[in-house]
Design a protein around this ligand. Structure first.
Ligand code: SF4
Length: 364
């Protein structure tokens, strides 16, 4: 029989307050426990030493703190770390920690598998398994923060860009965002939390109205036909409507929405496509991230030659659109965009790894 005690992990402050109130406890207990869960990464009540022994024992009897084990970890030659978590029902999901200067950015998964079948994505090829709970989502951040604390570092940014489409799991993702932004949670500023989406327009609008988080929207084409071929979701939420919705996202001064664009040789990397994209985004507070395709086992796509990437970027820049080419962080351990799968890959494919061998998938 499973553990039927209430899992406190994944509860935002408001829910912790309701839980403690329902058990006749003082409201401030919620803040205390929240700090232990999310700032100190407590995985058992016995370590919460500023709470009385009686309170801790009472809590232990009725609640628990879930902590799915990290089964495998890999460190890329560029310092990117990938971790495979084994969830309670046996599903495997991955997160990726990316060091960059003083930033420590964690890319988290929100679904086991994904239903949206983007043609270039390894996660999409897995099919949909299930939505992750807020406990499972936030545990990835707790685990990373604990590892970083061990080397006197801290988690500075979180991107919802791992396995799955976060806006297909908006309820649990919202709870996780509540925890990331709360001062008694991770205390991150909204601009340090990014939701990456293929553009589920109603959910994007809802989240944008509730949280000051950043958005990265996967466009990957400048026209409806190519985008529908690459991303079937385009039939439901067409590119033109999506870009219109991106233009309406409320933004603080100096901030922009990011358009992600995976460049696929011979598919969407032509100068004509770049000019169409420049026209589509003209005048909008949108910047473009160009991501040369990362080869993986699924699909017949090829990465573009560096000259096409440069030409594409130059056309956008000439049109006044801020454009950066994202490097392939963690490509040697399949932690790069579109590569997360949550299943073991063949160890021989991972030269230069320090431990383990897993593969995975991420939004493009
Ligand atoms: S790119 Fe994102 S939305 Fe598309 S199949 Fe992959 S995980 Fe799903």
């Amino acid at each position: 029989m499973g553990d039927e005690r209430t899992d406190l992990k994944g509860m935002p402050l408001g829910e912790l307050e309701s839980f403690f109130r329902s058990r006749g406890k003082e409201r401030y207990r919620a803040r205390q426990v929240s700090r232990w869960l999310y700032q100190r990464g407590a995985e058992e009540f016995s370590v919460m030493t500023d709470l009385s022994r009686g309170f801790r024992e009472e809590m232990e009897a009725v609640c628990r703190i879930s902590a799915p084990p990290a089964e495998k970890g890999e460190i890329s030659l560029d310092g990117t770390e990938k971790v495979l978590f084994r969830l309670e029902d046996g599903e495997g999901v991955e997160s990726v920690l990316i060091p960059e200067g003083s930033r420590r950015t964690l890319c988290v998964s929100t679904q086991a598998g994904c239903a949206l079948s983007c043609a270039f994505c390894a996660t999409g090829a897995l099919g949909f398994r299930r939505n992750m709970t807020s406990a499972e989502i936030i545990h990835q951040a707790c685990h990373a923060a604990r590892r970083l604390a061990g080397r006197q570092e801290r988690l500075t940014n979180v991107v919802f860009m791992g396995m799955g489409e976060p806006l297909e799991n908006v309820r649990e993702v919202s709870r996780a965002i509540d925890i990331l932004l709360a001062p008694c949670g991770f205390g991150l500023a909204g601009k340090r939390v990014t939701v990456s989406t293929v553009g589920i327009i109603p959910a994007m609008r809802e989240l944008a109205s509730r949280y000051p988080v950043s958005f990265a929207v996967s466009l990957n084409a400048a026209g409806e036909e190519v985008r529908s071929r690459l991303m079937p979701v385009n039939r439901k939420y067409p590119l033109r409507e999506l870009v219109a919705a991106m233009r309406e996202i409320p933004l603080q001064s100096g901030r922009k929405v990011t358009a992600e664009y995976v460049l696929l040789a011979g598919v969407n990397d032509s100068p004509g496509e770049a000019r169409d994209l420049a026209r589509l985004l003209s005048g909008a507070r949108i910047k473009v991230n160009l991501i040369p395709f990362n080869p993986h086992d699924h699909g017949d796509f090829r990465p573009p030659p560096p000259s096409s990437v440069d030409r594409f970027r130059d056309i956008l820049m000439a049109a006044g659109i801020q454009t950066i080419t994202r490097d392939r962080r963690g490509a040697d351990i399949r932690a790069a965009c579109g590569q997360l799968r949550g299943v073991p890959a063949h160890p021989r494919e991972h030269g230069g790894l320090r431990s383990g061998a897993t593969a995975s998938s991420k939004k493009g």
